[in-house]
Write a protein that binds this ligand. Structure first.
Ligand code: PLP
Length: 394
């Protein structure tokens, strides 16, 4: 949701009364509550990742750090299932890797085709417009995936240059099937494909090279169970050629991939100060992925989310998405008639220190969103959640 910033009028009404005191503020030691995170992200962070974050800082051009950057790139390639040279963690949250993808691939005069079946397709549209592109849409209802026939029709009608789709729609709990079919339609029309893999990377089968995805972006705080701050992005050579061949520079200096190339490419020259601690954390989170094995990890998500799904059904609750498009990492659960969705969320947080989330956008008030991601995707958490939810619904 685009939060409206406080207007000057509001500030005036409120008297604009923020004034620094002359006395040092008395702020207590940081003691966050001990929550179990089963919402749409962030998910619980593995203790090894937290430990990695508390190791000493080194410089972002230190030879040891440069070596760590290579390792992170290698681990990211493994996790994305790609050989793309252009595979990096973008400094910032998932929206930063998203805007690097869209803001660099879409140039003024380009047309981007985006989906209407969830909250994040709409964010793609907003970013494409800011990049100076025209936006056209392919429709599907919220709670359903895109139909390849509709995508083909939209291509015939609009001839877009770039096609974006959301592999795992966090707002609806829908997994987009038929990805190779979608990419082949786009490539038959000489277009580039950008995939949002924020809620799928590291938790749900994703094969960037085999499925012929040109650009994929993600976030670390979902199935990678890593704090937000360094967000995965991968581009194949064809996509990177388009980026390097632009007539006009990307509108963002910070996210301009032709400049980031200097830092993450051969040269390793300063562009901005990398969020070193976040690079440590994603390195450790990705090491955990490699130790488990990516396919085992996909399987664990399916298995544990399967226990969750049957348990929810046992409580008489329905999942919003059909079995065919069920997204193990994000379960959209229909709120039963007469139940106040917000009251249940508050009760779980207050009584059980357990986080789940409400619906977003068109599904606000209709669903709860229960994540089963990364380190949170374990039987113990699911059993705890089901017992707590049963208690809340009593
Ligand atoms: N795309 C999807 C599918 C998401 O779920 C999210 C975040 O939840 C984003 C993009 C944006 O990521 P972030 O909130 O980390 O900026």
């Amino acid at each position: 949701m685009d939060q409206a910033t406080t207007s000057p009028e509001t500030r005036e009404r409120e008297g604009n009364a923020v004034r620094a005191s002359d006395d040092p503020p008395e702020v207590g030691e940081l003691l966050p509550p001990d929550r179990t995170l089963m919402g749409p992200g962030p998910s619980d962070v593995h203790p090894r990742v937290l430990r990695a974050m508390s190791t000493p800082l080194i410089g972002h051009l230190d030879p040891s750090f440069v070596e760590m950057m290579n390792e992170v790139q290698e681990l990211l390639r493994y996790t994305f299932r790609t050989d793309n040279k252009w595979t990096i963690p973008v400094s910032g949250t998932g929206s930063a890797s998203m805007e690097s993808a869209i803001g660099n691939m879409v140039e003024p005069g380009d047309t981007m085709l985006v989906p209407t079946n969830g909250y994040f397709g709409d964010r793609m549209a907003k970013m494409a417009r800011r990049a100076g592109g025209e936006v056209v849409e392919v429709d599907a209802p919220w709670g359903e995936p895109l139909d390849p026939d509709d995508v083909a029709d939209a291509f015939d009608e609009h001839q877009p240059d770039v096609f974006g789709f959301v592999h795992a729609e966090t707002s609806t709990g829908v997994l987009q099937p038929d990805v190779p079919e979608l990419t082949s339609i786009a490539h038959d029309h000489d277009a580039y494909v950008i995939a949002d893999t924020v809620t799928s990377l590291g938790g749900v089968e994703l094969r960037v090279d085999e499925w012929d995805i040109d650009v994929a972006y993600s976030g670390p705080q979902k199935c990678l169970s890593c704090p937000p701050g360094a967000s995965p992005l991968t581009l194949n050579d064809r996509a990177m050629e388009k980026v390097l061949d632009r007539d006009e520079s990307s509108r963002s200096w910070y996210l301009d991939l032709s400049l980031l190339e200097g830092y993450w490419g051969e040269e390793r020259a300063y562009h901005h100060t990398a969020p070193i601690t976040n690079v440590y954390s994603i390195r450790e989170a990705l090491r955990l992925v490699a130790e488990e094995g990516i396919e085992n990890r996909w399987e664990r998500h399916r298995e544990i989310a399967g226990v969750l799904k049957s348990g929810l059904e046992g409580l008489g609750l329905d999942l919003h998405a059909e079995e065919e498009y069920w997204l193990p990492s994000l379960n959209a659960v229909e709120v039963p008639d007469g139940v106040d969705d917000g009251a249940v969320i508050d009760y779980l947080l207050e009584e059980h220190d357990l986080e789940i989330a409400s619906g977003l956008g068109a599904l606000e008030g209709d669903i709860w969103r229960i994540g089963c991601m990364g380190y949170s995707a374990k039987r113990k958490n699911v059993e705890f959640l089901l017992a707590a939810l049963e208690d809340a619904l009593e």
